[in-house]
Design a protein. Structure first.
Length: 384
């Protein structure tokens, strides 16, 4: 029996960090994510569908270019040139005309993408040794496709001329070229590994930012703050499940890249795993940072779009960084996707790893640590 003037014993001080509480927090977050009917498709179904869809759609290969033929020569040589175009699989003859003016009209309407005009006397010029000239017009509204198609057309015409004349050397120089690391020049070898990095960034940003904001909206964040869980454990317990999901998606994307799209993985998977771990940590920290400045899920989603879209455009995925204006080239220095794409393409296509790409690994490390530090300070200030 206590005396009236006796003060109650103070409650034991709460430890600032406990592995047991963190483990329970991570388990709770994993169950919440897996049980959420809105999250399950994002985690298990969406990665496969999006990877397959984007992997086949994001291609710069030019095939089956529709072309119109205007043959004023009507000789065996002119027909052989037309067959040379059709046999490659890059061009398909869909229209024929008698006037050169019809080519411009067809290009303007979008009926064809290329027009080939063979002038009179084509065969005679070929037999005389003087060389013949043909005209190829392309729809330049799609600059990328027109550039590739023009290159293919020049190569086909050049090979045809060498075959007909029987001369393979010009000026005593013979050019024998070969593309290293991607001999067939298939765009999927370049694009599909890059899609992997973009997909991982999107899922990590979305799950991290939305999870914290959703807790705040429904009021459970306040309940967590008054529980025995410390702010440090809460800050770690939120992103760790997303980190595990990101690594799971890495395995999934790697399998699809190798077995579905046939992209060879010449480097070490451990080098890829290390880069992905640093990259995911940076993405998680960025997601936490977005969650601390967003009051609703709508605000968080808008911020995700504002951050993710420029990051993708400035990553070197759509166009080479060297071709961008200097201002935007400097902006790519703080873009983590840029460095991951360089590592992923190096590991998959060139068979190189940490020893050759250590500047990219170091930059990702600095980015992940720096962003995580800023997110931690901001997160503690918001919930404190």
């Amino acid at each position: 029996m206590t005396r009236a003037n006796e003060k109650p014993a103070p409650a034991p001080a709460r430890r600032w960090f406990s592995w047991g509480r963190l483990r329970q927090m991570v388990r709770k977050e994993l169950k919440q994510v897996v049980r959420d009917p809105k999250s399950r498709p994002i985690i298990f179904v969406s990665p496969i569908l999006q990877m397959i869809m984007l992997g086949y759609a994001a291609t710069t290969d030019v095939k089956d270019v529709s072309m119109m033929i205007v043959d004023h020569d009507q000789t065996a040589e002119s027909r052989a040139l037309i067959d040379a175009y059709g046999s490659t699989g890059y061009f398909v003859v869909t229209k024929r005309a008698d006037r050169a003016e019809d080519v411009v009209a067809a290009l303007a309407k979008g009926d064809v993408q290329m027009g080939l005009t063979i002038p009179p006397g084509f065969a005679a010029d070929m037999r005389s040794g003087r060389g013949a000239t043909v005209q190829a017009l392309f729809d330049g509204s799609d600059a990328s496709q027109a550039t590739v198609a023009q290159s293919y057309s020049s190569q086909i015409a050049g090979r045809f001329g060498a075959k007909m004349v029987g001369i393979r050397m010009v000026g005593g120089v013979e050019l024998r070229s070969r593309a290293w690391f991607n001999p067939s020049l298939e765009s999927k070898f370049f694009n599909v590994p890059a899609i992997m990095g973009i997909q991982i960034l999107m899922i990590c940003l979305m799950l991290t930012a939305m999870a914290v904001v959703r807790e705040r909206e429904i009021g459970t964040l306040d309940q967590l703050l008054v529980s025995p869980i410390t702010p440090t454990e809460l800050m770690l317990g939120k992103p760790i499940p997303v980190l595990l999901i990101g690594l799971f998606h890495l395995l999934l994307y790697t399998g699809l890249t190798v077995f579905q799209f046939g992209v060879p993985m010449k480097g070490s998977f451990l080098a890829l795993l290390l880069a992905a771990l640093l990259y995911i940590l940076a993405a998680l920290a960025l997601g936490l940072l977005i969650s601390t400045v967003s009051r609703t899920q709508q605000e968080a989603f808008m911020l995700l779009i504002l951050v993710a879209l420029p990051a993708v455009m400035l990553s070197g995925f759509m166009s080479p960084i060297e071709s961008m204006p200097k201002v935007f080239q400097w902006l790519t220095v703080i873009n983590p996707i840029r460095y991951l794409l360089e590592i992923v393409r190096g590991v998959f296509l060139k068979g190189i790893g940490v020893a050759e790409l250590w500047p990219q690994y170091l930059t990702l490390t600095v980015m992940s640590v720096g962003t995580l530090f800023m997110a931690t300070r901001r997160f503690k200030r918001v919930i404190g």
